[in-house]
Design a protein around this ligand. Structure first.
Ligand code: C2E
Ligand code: MG
Ligand code: MG
Length: 829
């Protein structure tokens, strides 16, 4: 400013004063460290600057401006002094003519290479000041910094990580190296936005990482930590951050650090972890574990699974090999020791199965394998290998072995064993000229028990049956289960009489009630017998024929046995034919009902009619229900056929009533298979309702077979039918095995005395006694009696005498077609 005064103030008359001031000024002027020159502009005629003249320079000017071409005398022109050309002057003029502030420029002295800063003042009254400052020192320092910065930035850019600086209070970044963008996808600008770090932290790590960092910062401790950061593309990055705290006046000011991307490393780590835990899990699953035994110091290392496998806790055993050997079942110990020494001397591989005793006393079977590591001389150093729990495998092997030869449920031999035994028995029989019996045994109505009571009970019944069969047989006999409820017996050295004996014993023993899960079950067998050599000379033929005979036993009432006869061969073929034909019988209208009157013994009026099925086959002619009903039962066709019978019989009754026939009851035979149908009461009620008949018009004839097997279920079914108002009678009474104790619980209305007793009533005293007993017992229980198969006047007379209520039989009428029945009932009137 002092200098400007000198410029601004023109000389005046107070010359003395001015002179003094001048002196002061030039004194000050000369003390300045900068070289200063006061200049005056020279114009041409056109008013353009062509040069300028130096009016005044200070002392420092000579020192500083080492580049001037000539001595800087006052009055000298800039073009001469500085060597400027006109172009430069012109440009100088252009840039400065309107300037209101000083301008700065820098230059390097071409002579000394020193740096100068040149300040040019604004032009005032065509004068201006230039000052020169030597800035070489500063320039050199700046260059140095630039070089080291460049070096640093190269360094930073090569570091595999983000070099960063952040505010110690806010954690806002003030600098991040280029890697920041490469690693995270965020630009440097984004990194530098306030709150960036905390915002991008993984939510879980945001809970602790800023706090941790803040605590370390407060204590001014360098720290290192790992956390996750969410990259721009959403990926989760794992970073390891090494942080130093930079303080200022004892306070944390900056944080500087290096972030390293350890994502891949973490993934690898997790991968290895997973592989490791998979390996452990696999070992566990496979029950394989590893061990290593240091042969020299006799110490072993066992993987955790080994302890588990040996059923011990880790702390219960030390690592001494002997501890483990002690767990081996004593009987196997020598073998294991031998295997070990064989393996050590190289004579055999270590591959052995042995058993170990668990703490609870059970044993496990172990399979051990090992290899031996030897030194250069072949001395064994360590032995390492695996142990595997093969207990289950062993058990399975044994089970398979058994399965191959024995029936799983009953433990009886199977077909394979049976064949074997037969071969042996046959060779003996051939050699000795003996006979051999093959029996085929099938349980009656077993399927119903299985269906109604469940397989659990069915299975137990089969087990009990096989126990009973075995208990009756001799040592040399064989019984095998054929599957289901079928058994084959081979009785060596047995002829027809012997076989009869065995069959009777079997029927008796198997018909005794069994108690299974607090249920009383009774089941009977049907048995077919074939004899070698009469009925075949190989197992196939003999079993097939025994099977045929068994079917005959079934057809002829079950709970009995039959020998195979040549005539059966043709019959079994007929059975097959009938079974097929029966399928179409209903739809082809081949079935018919005949009706047999039932009469009051007192006054002879018709009390009812029994509906009896007739099958008129187009080629085979009339087929007896006794023959085709069992076939219908086996195929399940009895269900639709039975429903048809009910509907037809009741419709017929309704028709007769409508025609004015006296009221009566329709008796319909019900198969045991129908009786086990759960919806039977509803079905019967629905049909009665449909035909508009009261339930008392119907009487269902049940056989004792319906109650055999599961009397409780039979009782409950009878109760239900009774609740629906439906009457029931027991058909063929006296021939079955039903116990009298149950009879009291049966909600039946009538007993039908079987015709076999009635037939002999006048000849056989036993039958007489039985009939008498049945009638009086029925009276005692409040039941009605009807005698069927009455053929003679004598029979009728005896029955009347005993107090039998009703009769049915050829003596009165055979079963008749509906129109004939109607006629018959009218003749009686
Ligand atoms: P069941 O119920 O005991 O029927 C009586 C059988 O004795 C009938 O034979 C009948 O014709 C015959 N019979 C009647 N009176 C005399 C007589 O004085 N002397 C002789 N010797 N026999 C007489 P059928 O009709 O051949 O029936 C045989 C069996 O077939 C029936 O015995 C019954 O158990 C069954 N059955 C018949 N129809 C049906 C039916 O619709 N459903 C079911 N489930 N079974 C039926
Ligand atoms: Mg009947
Ligand atoms: Mg009968």
């Amino acid at each position: 400013p002092v200098l400007y005064l000198a410029i601004l103030r023109p000389m005046n008359n107070q010359a003395q004063l001015i002179e003094k001031q001048k002196e002061h000024l030039s004194a000050i002027f000369d003390t300045l460290s900068e070289g200063v020159a006061l200049n005056e502009i020279i114009f041409n005629h056109a008013g353009e600057m062509v040069d300028y003249r130096i009016l005044e320079v200070n002392k420092a000017f000579y020192r500083v401006a080492d580049f001037v071409k000539n001595d800087p005398n006052r009055g000298q022109l800039a073009t001469t002094l500085y060597g400027m050309d006109s172009a430069f002057i012109l440009q100088f003029w252009e840039t400065h003519k309107n300037a209101t502030e000083s301008t700065h420029a820098e230059m390097i002295s071409p002579i000394s290479g020193r740096h100068f800063s040149i300040t040019t003042s604004p032009f005032i009254n065509n004068r201006f000041v230039t000052s020169f400052q030597d800035i070489t020192k500063r320039k050199r320092a700046e260059e140095k910094i630039a070089v080291s910065e460049a070096r640093l930035s190269v360094l930073i850019s090569t570091v595999d990580g983000v070099v960063w600086e952040a505010d110690a209070q806010t954690f806002n970044f003030t600098f991040v190296s280029a890697q920041a963008e490469r690693i995270t996808g965020f630009t440097t600008e984004e990194w530098l936005t306030p709150g960036f770090w905390v915002k991008q932290l993984h939510p879980d790590d945001r809970l602790w990482a800023p706090d941790f960092c803040a605590e370390c910062t407060l204590r001014m401790e360098p720290h290192e930590f790992e956390y996750r950061l969410i990259a721009k593309d959403g990926r989760t990055l794992w970073l390891r951050d090494l942080v130093t705290v930079v303080s200022q006046e004892g306070q944390p000011k900056w944080l500087r650090g290096l972030m390293v991307d350890i994502t891949q490393h973490k993934l690898d780590e997790a991968h290895i972890c997973r592989i490791q835990s998979n390996l452990i899990a696999a070992q566990k699953l496979a029950r394989i574990s590893f061990w290593e035994w240091d042969v020299l110091d006799n110490m072993a290392v066992w993987s955790d699974e080994t302890y588990h496998l040996f059923g011990r806790n880790k702390h219960d055993l030390n690592e001494h090999r002997q501890d483990f050997l002690n767990l081996i079942v004593p009987a196997d110990r020598d073998r294991v020791n031998r295997a070990l020494s064989d393996a050590l001397d190289g004579s055999r591989d270590y591959d052995i199965e042995y058993r170990v005793t668990l703490e609870n006393g059970q044993t496990k079977t172990i399979h051990a394998l090992a290899e031996i590591v030897r030194d250069a001389d072949g001395t064994p150093l360590t032995m390492r290998g695996t142990v595997q729990d093969i207990t289950e495998k062993k058990k399975t092997e044994e089970r398979i072995e058994k399965l191959a030869h024995f029936d799983q449920l009953t433990g009886l031999p199977n077909r394979i064993v049976l064949k074997d035994h037969f071969k042996f028995a046959l060779s003996l029989a051939q050699r000795r000229g003996e006979k051999l019996a093959v029996l085929f045994l099938d349980l009656d109505h077993f399927k119903d028990i299985n269906d109604t009571l469940g397989h659990g009970i069915g299975d137990q019944l089969l087990m009990e049956t096989s126990r009973r069969i075995k208990s009756l047989l001799r040592e040399e006999d064989t019984v095998a289960r054929q599957g289901g409820d079928e058994f084959t017996l081979i009785l060596p050295g047995t002829h027809a009489e012997g076989a009869t004996q065995v069959a009777l014993k079997l029927i008796h023993a198997l018909s005794q009630p069994c108690y299974i899960q607090s249920q009383e079950l009774t089941i009977t067998p049907s048995i077919g017998i074939a004899i070698y050599p009469d009925d075949g000379d190989n197992l196939e033929a003999l079993s097939k024929n025994a099977d045929t005979a068994m079917y005959r036993a079934k057809a002829e009432g079950r709970s009995t046995f039959r020998f195979f006869t040549a005539e059966m061969q043709t019959l079994s073929a007929r059975n097959l034919q009938l079974a097929n034909a029966l399928r179409h019988a209903l739809v082809r209208n081949e079935l018919q009902l005949h009706y047999q009157p039932q009469l009051s013994i007192q006054d002879g009026h018709i009390t009812g009619a029994e509906a009896l099925l007739r099958w008129q086959h187009p080629e085979l002619g009339m087929i007896s229900p006794a023959e085709f009903i069992p076939i219908a039962e086996d195929s399940g066709l009895i269900i639709p056929i039975g429903e048809w019978v009910l509907r037809t019989a009741l419709s017929q009754l309704k028709a007769w009533i409508n025609e004015g026939l006296p009221p009566m009851v329709m008796a319909v035979n019900l198969s045991a298979v129908q009786f086990r149908q759960q919806n039977l009461p509803e079905l019967v009620s629905a049909i009665l309702h449909e035909i508009e008949l009261p339930p008392e018009s119907l009487e269902l004839e049940l056989t004792e077979a319906a109650t055999i097997g599961n009397p409780q279920a039979a009782i409950s079914m009878m109760n239900q039918l009774h609740e629906h108002g439906i009457r029931m009678s027991i058909d063929d009474f006296g021939t079955g095995y039903s116990s009298l104790s149950y009879l009291k619980q049966f909600k039946v209305y009538k007993l039908k005395i079987d015709q076999s007793f009635v037939r002999e009533i006048t000849i056989d005293p036993d039958d007489k006694a039985i009939v008498t007993a049945i009638i009086s017992m029925a009276a005692g229980l409040g039941l009605q009696t009807i005698a069927e198969g009455v053929e003679t006047a004598e029979q009728l007379a005896y029955l009347r005498l005993q107090g039998c209520n009703e009769v049915q039989g050829y003596y009165f009428s055979k079963p008749l077609p509906a129109d004939k029945f109607r006629e018959f009932s009218l003749t009686l009137k």
